[in-house]
Design a protein around this ligand. Sequence first.
Ligand SMILES: [Zn+2]
Length: 309
Amino acid sequence: MSEPPDTEDDLSFNRDFPLRPGVAEEVVPGVRRVLCDNPGPFTFTGTVSYIVGRGKVAIIDPGPDSEAHAKALLDAVRGETVTHIFVTHTHKDHSPNAVRIKAATGARVYAEGPHRAARPRFESEMHKPESGADRDFDPDVRLGDGDVVTGKGWTLEAVTTPGHTANHMVFAWRERGLLFAGDHIMGWSTSIVAPPDGSMTDYMASLEKLSMRDEHLYFAGHGPEIRDAPRFVRFLARHRRAREASILHRLAKGEADIATLVRAIYIGLDSRLSGAAGYSVLAHLEDLVARGLVLTDGDPIIEGRYRLA
Ligand SMILES: [Zn+2]
């Protein structure tokens, strides 16, 4: 899932991604990708699943609950054995199909853990509908930061990257200098960071963590691969800090509620994305309140009023 596009930095994102749904494409030796047919304002052209290795393979992010996509993945590996299923995070466009692939192949499912939010819901948030969380997901093997999983011809290091969700994890193939980034880093757009599922404080720390690694090629959960990845990660961090600066600037002018901040900051926003934009602003405000730079009465919530400290 992604947050609304940002017009001023638009040139730095890449929306050129001609891959068609259901077609397995070998993008570099040992990495195939298959696009699921679930396009939308938050998923771009759809979820991208990856097949790692040859002969005995791993599947990363088997996608939403989709029989057609499971069939496309199984067709792509016909004559091969799926030994591992990895899941970057528990959103419904990434993890539910693990059940189908596991049933068809007997592969074990590896992930950080079941879904959890970054913080408990506040009382006022209790009536809100759930985000796109896959609450049924339960991995066979829980991975921690730095855990290494080895298959035939490949080795993946698990790297915890909370922020988009609390259990978000990316997988680095260090010998090959590449990394499967899930929804943490995407080339086509910034990621949604929406409390209470996500946390901006965690997200920024996870950007910092990846910017210090040396993998140069990232494969994302949506959209095209990212080359020169550490530079792109630093660009994303700058982009978030610029967003934070505009929020502080607007608060200094006396704008106090999230709807007004969204209108001022996201010019020309697709109306389908205004809710997500509001939660992104909330994520920044929550972080700013925690850092003592912004004040609000009571809990930092979507309906709250905010001012500079
Ligand atoms: Zn997601």
